[in-house]
Design a protein around this ligand. Structure first.
Ligand code: ZN
Length: 465
């Protein structure tokens, strides 16, 4: 089996065949930076990071473009409320997003374009659309003429133009030829930032900017366009429409991740704040949060609950426990050891992370048995398999990313030596049958945050969490 992906526009799973053999191009709609991200915003970053890692592992040279929408109505509103320029809000929240992606182990994008840096490309696209008879300037805005494209508009979201309602995306809807026409460009309004165009000053429409940035960096036809399901209509429909109406092939596969839902409870402000990344990472470590977001299938909705978050953390700790113990015995891990076929099949089948993680847990279980039996050869093989699988998912506890956030290897060696001294004294106390003293040493270590465990291979320790 080769990589197959669910394509929203085809409404079925299709084999992935890239535009150019050996290469893959992905455009992911990134943040609109009006506020710092909560875990729902970062889910798509994690899901598409797993896709990217899997494609890299499968041998593709991947170009990954994730944009930043740094101007829109909400950013302008937030800035006005704070009495600061729009770019203060955009910069501040872009930093919060970058930090969140980074601490969750998302590889930095190949390119991260910002809308306001691509106005010339947007003007060019509008000129092409106007020349082709698919767009028109009116009342300071520029609109896409949906009737001129009636037979194809709605193909991505599977609806027909006659059933669509007014776009309602500008204050000057009266200037539109048809209420369903959507804005490519929004004319100047008092107090708003503007950029010059042949049709007057104004600012980018959301849909237009993604088309302009995607084709600038990935070419007129590229492989995959991604985003949350909430973006299918109107955002992605409009991107597809305006790019194809201008003559570009645009994305060949459309992938959409499910939403993170907050149950029946309304997303109150305090609950919303408690789901900001710095808050959630007080409850679980970033790697555990990544596990929580990556473990369900990317197309399914996640119903947020603290219990599920804690369960994900516990599941990750079981994997981590094996890797940590095994690595104490095995020092050379074969980074090129083959992945279990079931794991490969799971990810090739529309990125089946639940099945892929089931394989990881299965291997970990076997690994724990091998550890208990002292079967070093088996442990070496299973550790290599586990770490290689975790690497694909961005969850290897021994990777640079997660190691640096946990302990300092120099300090660990020092603590190891000190704990060794204490454990020798404990052994000596036991040998002379002074069990009170032996337990006292263990308790003292526990108070210092060190958990001692007796194994067939002798005592081992780790920091308590
Ligand atoms: Zn977009």
């Amino acid at each position: 089996m080769s990589l197959h992906l669910y394509d929203t526009s085809a409404r079925t799973v299709r084999e992935f065949v890239p535009v150019e053999s050996g290469r893959a191009s992905i455009y992911l709609c990134g943040a609109t930076v009006q506020a710092p991200p909560h875990i729902g915003h970062i889910r798509s970053g994690v899901n598409f990071d797993v896709l990217r890692r899997w494609m890299i592992r499968s041998g593709y040279d991947v170009t990954f473009c994730r944009n930043v929408t740094d101007i829109d109505d909400k950013i302008i509103r937030v800035a006005a409320a704070e009495g600061v320029p729009w770019f203060v809000v955009a910069e501040r929240n872009q930093r919060a997003f970058t930090w969140a992606y980074q601490i969750l182990g998302c590889l930095p994008p190949t390119v991260e374009p910002r809308a306001t840096g691509h106005v010339p490309e947007m003007i060019e696209l509008m000129e092409r659309l106007i020349a082709a008879g698919h767009a028109y300037p009116a009342g300071g805005d520029v609109y896409f003429d949906v009737v001129s494209y009636a037979d194809r508009y709605g193909s991505l979201s599977n609806q027909r133009l006659e059933n669509m309602r007014a776009a309602g995306d500008t204050d000057t809807d009266s200037a539109k030829h048809d209420p369903r026409d959507f804005a490519l460009w929004k004319g100047e309004k008092p107090g708003e930032p503007t950029w010059p165009t042949p049709w007057g000053r104004g600012r980018p429409g959301w849909h237009l900017e993604c088309s302009a940035m995607a084709t600038k960096y990935l070419g007129p036809t590229f492989d995959i366009h991604g985003g949350g399901v909430d973006l299918i209509f109107p955002h992605h429909e409009n991107e597809l429409t305006q790019s194809q109406a201008a003559g570009d092939g645009f994305a060949r596969y459309w992938m959409h991740n499910g939403m993170l839902k907050i149950g029946a409870e309304k997303m109150s402000k305090s609950l919303g704040n408690s789901l900001l990344i710095p808050e959630v990472t007080k409850k679980v470590r970033p790697v555990e949060l990544r596990y929580y977001l990556a473990a369900p299938h990317y197309r399914s909705a996640i119903e947020y609950s603290e219990e599920a978050l804690a369960e994900a953390a516990a599941a990750y700790q079981r994997i981590e426990g094996f890797v940590t113990r095994a690595a104490e015995v095995i020092h050379d891990v074969d980074a090129h050891a083959p992945l279990p076929q079931a794991f490969v099949d799971a990810l090739d089948d529309d990125l089946g992370t639940p099945q892929a993680l089931a394989v990881v847990h299965e291997v970990v279980k076997e690994g724990n048995v091998a550890l208990a039996q002292g079967n070093k050869e088996q442990v070496a093989r299973l550790l290599a398999e586990t770490q290689n699988m975790l690497d694909v998912l961005g969850l290897d506890p021994r990777s640079e990313q997660w190691r640096s956030s946990g302990d300092d290897s120099g300090l660990r060696a020092t603590v190891d030596a000190l704990v060794g001294v204490a454990l020798e004294q404990r052994q000596a106390a036991r040998a002379r049958k002074d069990f009170a003293a032996a337990d006292g040493i263990r308790d003292q270590l526990a108070r210092a945050g060190i958990v001692v465990e007796d194994t067939a291979q002798g005592p081992r320790w780790e920091l308590s969490r």
